[in-house]
Write a protein that binds this ligand. Structure first.
Ligand code: F6R
Length: 607
């Protein structure tokens, strides 16, 4: 979603800002822009579409100046045009903005009545016009910005520069994150530490409500009540280098190939390799005293959570609920006094998941988050976190972070089972053995990808695709359908296989591929019966199963993808990989922008 960067230094700001924007591209955007101060005056370059267009605009008409702000915009209010691209501003102030100003219509009416002349339909311009009015009324920039922040409602992060003030950037975090970078004779501000990684490792994070005044040498922090506060400078481990595609064509392809290493890293961290014992951190709550677990997340992370629910209930015998974060809090669900809130998020910034976390805290839940970004807002607000240590995930469609989430959830479920005495040590050791087999088997799938590529050619011709799964593999069917939709724009739906006959079976005809995630295991025969029903209606049955399962379905399967044998407990993690690979190869055949599919954002910081 929108990305913000700001630079004050001694050299030219625009190239650094453009480079920072490139590092924010992964969040998803549809226009971009930069503003600097040239001889004290605000100058802007903006462009619709990808950053290459902005880079062209800058090479035709370079921007001088040692201070600058930049933005990648994911359209919310107003189409993704150059006019609506940020920075917005007046002659006195320029603003970049991530999030939504909810009271923008009311502010706009008030400002227009006072003579401010708007040039766009965006909510962001109301911020610029409001600050502008305060400046015209004689306030200095810092006072004008603080007065404006007090009037804004919504969830947002902003960065502002002011004409005639070449040493001043003001930033604010109210619901969307901002990181501050400390350089040598330079200060930076960015939506995340990733954007700042090549510039500095010294990062401070604003707390929600904070605002910050940057000069070339310092940062002064204030809280929501305008009181000066201190924010700790931390050394980030992110490096400027950890962001290339290596020898791969796309980030998604590279990240798919990272599955074995990422899953292996998680297992290595959470399972002692010699004793096979689980290694969980000391939580600030006792696992055995938790009465119920409430899981919330969005998109793929939610599907990981659904799989986690299955494991928690079936292995640890603990009551668990799972709900998409955008719905969860609006039901005002009553939560157990000894309940644990469990959030799952790659970015740790997803607005709905963050709001679910806050709801859980307001209902006295202990909160544990499974996160890939340990420096994220959710990390700061959780009682405890488990890191997925998948490394930066740049492809907008989640791949390796998803299997890392599943792996963490699997080990957590075993840990809770152990704490509750629901499984014996021997049973746990057998299940950890099953998990430890995944990396090598994942590598086999990645190496032998020819059948998946061949299947992709068939799926690329389809208009609609149905995915089926049962038990812990139902969420993997959901993941398959989501990955296909988002990367290749083919309509796909996933159903619990037993639901097929309650409606979706009406869709089945010869043109409809029906992809079954059907590893051998306790639910295999049931899934097989549902596939017989689909085959009897002419559907093209495509089976993802092991050799034994594939043999049983040979007569009805139009195509089969053979997956290495795996214990049913570990199967969802392994089966997620070919399902994502299929989506990738279909997207390549369809020629879509696989790393940044249309309309999507990586870090969804609006509700
Ligand atoms: C799908 C995808 C999204 C994210 C969702 C949650 O491929 O990437 O569905 O899983 O937006 O994002 P995080 O995990 O950052 O909270």
């Amino acid at each position: 979603m929108c990305g913000i960067i700001g630079v004050i230094g001694t050299g030219q700001a625009a190239p650094l800002v453009l480079d920072g924007l490139r590092r924010l591209e992964y969040r998803g955007y549809d226009s971009a822009g930069i503003a600097t101060l040239v001889n004290g005056h605000i100058e802007r370059r903006r462009a619709e579409g990808k950053l290459v267009n902005l880079a062209d605009a800058l090479s035709q008409k370079p921007l001088a100046g040692t201070i600058g702000i930049g933005h990648t915009r994911w359209a919310t209010h107003g189409a993704p045009t150059e006019v609506n691209a940020h920075p917005h501003g007046t002659a006195r102030v320029a603003v970049v903005h991530n999030g939504i100003i909810e009271n923008h219509a009311e502010l706009r009416a008030e400002l227009e009545a006072k003579g401010q002349v708007f040039t766009t339909e965006t909510d962001t311009e109301t911020v610029a016009q409001l600050v502008d009015l305060f400046l015209q009324n004689g306030l200095e920039p810092i006072a004008a910005a603080s007065a404006a922040f007090a009037r804004l409602e919504g969830a947002y992060a902003l960065a502002l520069i002011f004409a005639g003030h070449p040493e001043l950037i003001i930033g604010v975090q109210r619901g969307a994150p901002l990181a501050i970078g400390f350089g040598e004779e330079a200060m930076y501000l960015g939506s995340d530490a990733m954007a700042l990684a090549p510039l500095t490792r010294r990062i401070a994070y604003l707390e929600d409500g904070d605002w910050v005044v940057l000069s070339r040498q310092s940062a002064a922090f204030f809280n929501r009540d305008d009181q000066p506060v201190k924010r700790e400078i931390k050394l980030t481990n992110l490096t400027g280098a950890a962001i290339g595609k290596g020898n791969f064509r796309h980030f998604m392809e590279k990240e798919l190939h990272e599955h074995p290493v990422v899953i292996g890293d998680v297992l290595h961290k959470m399972i002692d390799q010699s004793s096979k014992m689980l290694v969980l951190p000391e939580f600030p709550f006792a696992l055995e005293s938790i009465s119920r677990i409430t899981i919330s997340a969005c998109g793929s992370a939610f599907y990981a959570g659904l799989t986690g629910r299955f494991w928690l209930e079936s292995l640890a015998g603990i009551a668990a609920d799972a709900d998409v974060a955008s719905e969860f809090r609006y039901r005002a669900p009553p939560l157990d006094a000894n309940g644990l809130g469990l959030l799952v998020s790659q970015s740790g910034e997803t607005a709905d998941t963050l709001a679910a976390l806050r709801y859980m805290k307001s209902r006295s839940q202990k909160v544990l988050s499974i996160l890939n970004v340990p420096e994220s807002s959710m990390a700061r607000e959780s009682d405890a976190i488990l890191e997925t240590i998948a490394g930066p995930e740049i492809g907008v469609a989640s791949t390796k972070a998803f299997t890392a989430q599943l792996t963490v959830l699997a080990v957590l479920a075993l840990g809770i089972a152990r704490a509750r005495g629901a499984l014996t040590d021997t049973q746990i050791a057998a299940l950890t053995d099953a998990l430890l087999e995944i990396p090598a088997k994942a590598a086999q799938i990645l190496i032998n990808d020819a059948p998946i590529r061949a299947l992709a050619a068939r799926i690329a011709e389809a208009r609609d695709v149905l995915y089926l799964g049962r038990g812990a593999c139902f969420p993997i069917a959901l993941e398959g359908a989501l990955k296909l939709k988002e990367t290749s724009y083919i309509h796909a739906e996933a159903y619990a296989a037993g639901e097929l006959k309650h409606g979706p079976i009406a869709l089945i005809d010869k043109a409809m591929p029906v992809i079954a995630i059907a590893p051998s295991g306790p639910l295999f025969e049931k899934t097989a019966s549902n596939l017989q029903e689909a085959a009897a209606r002419g559907g093209q049955i495509i089976v993802f199963s092991d050799a034994a399962g594939a043999a049983k379905l040979e007569k009805i399967a139009a195509e089969t993808i053979i997956i290495p044998d795996i214990d049913p407990f570990a199967a969802p993690i392994l089966y997620a990989i070919p399902v994502q690979m299929l989506a990738y190869h279909v997207a390549i055949l369809k020629g879509t922008d696989v790393d940044q599919p249309r309309n999507l954002a990586k870090s969804v910081t609006v509700e």
